[in-house]
Design a protein around this ligand. Sequence first.
Ligand code: HPA
Ligand code: ZN
Length: 324
Amino acid sequence: MIDFLAKMPKAELHLHIEGSLEPELMFELAQRNNIPLPYASLDEVRLAYQFESLQDFLDIYYASAAVLITEQDFYDLTWAYLKKCAEQNVVHSEIFFDPQTHTQRGISFKTVIHGISRALADGKSQLGISSLLIMCFLRHLSAEEAMQTLVEAAPYKGQLAGVGLDSSELGHPPEKFTEVFAMAAEMDLPAVAHAGEEGPAEYIWNALKLLKVKRIDHGVRCVEDPELVAILRDKQIPLTVCPLSNTKLKVFEQMSQHNILGLLEQGLNVTVNSDDPAYFGGYINENFIALYRALAMSQPQAVKLAQNSFNASFLTDKEKQVLL
Ligand code: HPA
Ligand code: ZN
C-alpha cells in the first residue's frame, strides 16, 4: 500500500511555499545572508516545532521567513519543493505564497515573484511538473493592506492563477476582505480561502457567500453544520484538507480522530495536501501514509482522493487530460 501511495500520481492544492523551508535550507540561507537565527542546531529547531495552535506555528513560520532575501533564495526554496514533488509523484501543484510576509520587511514583490516563477518554469522544463501560483493575503493585517498588495500584484497578474486568504483565522473573518475579493474577481482572479480550520462553520459559509471562493482550504469544521455539509456535497465544493497539519496544530488531537475519510464517504470533494511540510512532519505522501496507518484508508479511497485533487484543480479539462 505504501508503495502504491507513493507511485500514485497526485495534485497538491494547498501548499505554502514558505512552509516548505526545511531547517537545512534555513540554516544555509541564514549563513548566506548573515541573518541571526534563534536556533544553534537542527535538534533545537526540531524541539521548537511543537505547536499547540495555529498562532503558535505562525509566530515561528513568519520569523523563519526572515532568511529569504534575494531572488535566488526564493528560487532555491521553490526548487527544493519541486524536487520533492518529482520524488513523490506530485505532477501538478497549486502553490500559495504570502507576499506581505516579505514586503513588510522590505523585500520587493518583484524579487519574490521572480524567484518563485523562475523555479516553476524550470520545474516544468526540467522535472515535468505543472504548477500554478496563488497569492494569499494575510488576514491578520488590514483589508487596506490586502488591497495595496492586490494593486502591487496587478503587473504580475499573468503569473497568478488566483488569490487566497491565510494566517490567523479566529477574529479575522472572511467578511473583513469582501471588497478585496470583489476587486480580485474583477481582475479575473479566482478565489480560495482558508476557513473552518480553527474558525467556525460560519466562516466557511461567508467565504462561499461573500468572497465567492471556488475552494475552501481546510474546511474540516464544516461538520458542525449539517446544512453546510449538504451544500458542500451537492455543489461539490472542494476542501483542501491537510491531515498532518491538523494534528500538529491540534485541530484534531490524534490522526485516528480526523474526519477526512468520513467526509469522503459522505460524498464531499475532499483532497489531501501538506500545507507546510517542513513544519508538520511530511509532504503529501507522508499525509497519505498517515491516513492509511491511523484510519485504515483503503486503496479505492486513496484513488478517489487523488482523482479529486485533479478535478478540484484550476487546470482546464484539456490540461488535466495531458497530465493523466
Ligand atoms: N492556516 C493559516 N495560515 C497559514 C497556514 C494554515 O494552515 N499555513 C501557513 N499559513
Ligand atoms: Zn494552509
